[in-house]
Design a protein around this ligand. Structure first.
Ligand SMILES: [Zn+2]
Length: 690
């Protein structure tokens, strides 16, 4: 039962008795009742949610009737309603609008949730019922989605240790609880180190080269931190800070990049080493030589060897490209008296060379990419072209923060599809990066329709000014909306298969495909307009911009591959390998051994802030981005060709792939769309790696 803790006042006690998570939301689309939710509701809701689900699963296991698909698999699928509701809202807040109280609860609750999952997966009576059904599965007369649910559930239990003996299960529980606590600590450390690593300067002159809006944002940052009269460059979650492209002060560039690269090393370095060792031990317990092997066995890649081969094949041509680029940049830097091109010079001279070679000044493009216009006349417009969708903002529906805006999404026939929440701006309480969340997952079984969230980190404009985006931020907006579409189009029976519940090395595919719209001429012409004059971006500039699109692929590919290989190295360790004592030395050695140590191109993430793999479920999975890109490159070539218009292509893509979520094998869906299996050619061409 729930433990009611005495709050600081009677108001809190009253709130506990009608915790908004205890019953389904009565709002449209079961949107969580954010206006009523307060921090003190979380703990009792987690406690009750876990207790309820354990009671439900115990009842399934103790059922005196012989196991049937309905009384076992479907019953499991329905279980845990309170936990589902509170988890969706809590973890959304932890990433989008965290507080010390939420972080504290995260640290406390994460190990309990891991133990809760273990209690279900390691329940022998429950597994025996699943196992019986699984043995008999082809004779049960199940439809394809139900058969797949039974198989996936069974696999999940086995992978979670259901077949281990008592000693093995005991050790597994310990490891899982410890890893859950470590992940939460890693998240906290990254957040703290990123804030602490912000670079402050005492005069605006030091920021020479930065666009005016960025200088204003730096002044605003300083004010928010109580440092009036200074300018603060806060760290974005990846290595190469965007300001490096324009700051003319070389020593400030160095300071900024060093702060970025070194953050978290002291706290998260040892933690990462410990987590890698625990993951290796767990993999061994579960019959795999490495954590990478364990993870990939359940992905579309199938084997660690397939991933190693794919990454390995890309390294040499990518490094050769980056070295060619480096030679050009070094020549440009030499003209400024710099004899050795350093990592903190790369973006700055890349921008110069790009501007000379293609006559493209990316900073000058910002006035043409105003957030509101890019969203409505770009992202939403493209969703209209391809899928017939339309959008209505619903200011009457309250989200979890004043910045988070709610839109109702309508299908081509005018019927309501779901809610899309856009939370586009950066704030101190939000973690770095961009991501999609689901507050409510679609399921016919549960009668739910999707409520999805996109989070970005676009700097708040100065009061009264519009938010003007960079080319990369425009891309991110389209990318995240691709994930949103995957959630919104979900049309499955079971919640376990909703939307983005697909293999990790597949989930980036729909979002990457959606990026294609940003440069499709009919879309670009519709959204790229000057925010004051409404003038469209000059078609000649567009042509040059598109020509320059592929410039810098060497850098981008090496930056990405080195992060992927770093993740891979951490998770290719065996249980017999000694604990890594020095994370920094391990990194250097791993990159050198992979043949990708390009001094002037640091990995996109270093260990100290690699949240993807040490806290967000992408361990041994960062390779997934380029793995998905193989499918993406092919699909972009397919879309709107072969005698099909974009609307017809969109419909096919939606019906055969996006709407299926995890209810069907991912690669079967791809074959159903493309008419054949994926090939790597278009990716190699796109990245200049042939
Ligand atoms: Zn993504």
């Amino acid at each position: 039962m729930t433990v009611f803790r005495q709050g600081p006042g009677a108001r809190n006690v009253a709130a506990m008795s009608d915790n908004p998570f205890f019953s389904p939301s009565t709002l449209e689309y079961e949107l969580p009742p954010f206006a009523e939710i307060r921090e003190e509701h979380y703990r009792p809701a987690f406690e009750r949610g876990m207790a309820d689900q354990l009671a439900e699963t115990a009842a399934i296991a103790a059922n005196s009737e012989p196991p049937t698909f309905d009384n076992t698999v479907v019953a499991l699928e329905r279980s845990g309603a309170v936990l589902r509701r509170v988890s969706a809202v809590f973890f959304n807040q932890d990433s989008s609008d965290t507080t010390p109280g939420v972080q504290e609860l995260d640290a406390e609750i994460s190990p309990l949730l891991a133990a809760h999952a273990d209690a279900i997966h390691l329940d022998a009576a429950l597994f025996a019922r699943l196992d019986t059904l699984h043995e008999a599965r082809h004779g049960l007369g199940l439809d394809p989605e139900s058969l797949r649910l039974l198989e996936r559930r069974h696999t999940a239990f086995v992978r979670a240790g259901a077949r281990l003996d008592a000693d093995g299960q005991r050790r597994l529980r310990e490891i899982n609880a410890e890893l859950a606590a470590d992940s939460a600590a890693f998240r906290r450390n990254t957040h703290a180190a990123s804030l602490a690593g912000a670079v402050a300067v005492d005069s605006a002159d030091a920021l020479d080269g930065l666009p005016g809006a960025a200088v204003a944002a730096a002044a605003e940052n300083a004010r928010a931190l109580g440092q009036d009269g200074r300018w603060v460059l806060s760290l974005k979650n990846f290595s190469n800070q965007t300001e490096l492209a324009s700051l003319t002060d070389r020593s400030l560039r160095e300071r900024l990049l060093t702060a970025s690269l070194r953050r978290g090393l002291d706290t998260n370095g040892p933690l990462a080493a410990k987590m890698a060792a625990l993951r290796a031990e767990r993999a061994a317990l579960l019959g795999h030589p490495t954590h990478a092997s364990y993870v990939v066995a359940d992905e579309t890649a199938g084997t660690a060897g397939a991933v190693s081969a794919m990454l390995g094949r890309l390294v040499a041509p990518a490094v050769a490209n980056a070295e060619r680029e480096a030679a050009d940049l070094a020549a440009a830097a030499a003209a400024d008296g710099i004899d050795e091109l350093a990592a903190h010079d790369w973006a700055f001279y890349a921008e110069k060379v790009r501007a000379e070679r293609y006559e493209v000044d990316t900073a000058a493009l910002r006035p043409y990419f105003e957030l509101e216009r890019v969203l409505r006349d770009g992202v939403f417009f493209a969703a209209g072209l391809a899928y017939g969708l339309s959008f209505t903002e619903r200011p009457d529906l309250t989200a979890y923060h004043p910045d988070a805006r709610v839109f109702e999404v309508f299908d081509a026939d005018g019927s309501a599809l779901g809610l899309f929440i856009g939370d586009f701006h950066a704030r101190e309480s939000k973690r770095g990066g961009a991501w999609m969340n689901e507050l409510v997952a679609q399921s016919r079984l549960l009668g739910t329709r999707p409520v999805v969230v996109n989070n970005l980190n676009i700097a708040h404009p100065a009061p009264g000014e519009p938010a003007l985006l960079s080319w990369d931020e425009v891309r991110t907006l389209f990318h995240e909306f691709g994930h949103a579409l995957h959630g919104l189009f979900s049309d499955v029976e079971y919640p376990s298969f909703a939307g983005t519940e697909v293999p990790r090395d597949f989930v980036e595919f729909p979002s990457q495909v959606n990026e294609m719209w940003m440069t499709r001429p009919e879309v670009l012409a519709n959204y790229a307009r000057h925010h004051e004059s409404g003038e469209p971006l000059d078609p000649a500039v567009v042509r040059r911009m598109l020509a320059a699109e592929n410039y810098g692929q060497g850098f981008r590919t090496v930056e990405y591959l080195s992060a992927a290989l770093l993740d891979w190295a951490w998770h290719s360790r065996t249980a017999a390998d000694p604990l890594v004592e020095d994370a920094e030395a391990f990194e250097a050695r791993a990159l050198a051994e992979a043949g990708i140590a390009v001094a002037a191109v640091p990995p996109r993430y270093r260990t100290g802030y690699f949240n993807h793999v040490f806290s967000n479920g992408y361990s041994a999975g960062y390779y997934a981005y380029i793995w998905s890109e193989v499918l993406d490159a092919e699909t972009v070539e397919w879309f709107g060709t072969g005698g099909r218009g974009v609307r017809e292509s969109g419909q096919l893509f939606r019906e055969r792939l996006l709407s299926r979520g995890g209810s069907r094998d991912a690669l079967e869906c791809v074959r159903d769309v493309l008419g054949r299996g994926p090939e790597i050619g278009p990716l190699l061409a796109r990245r200049g790696l042939e």
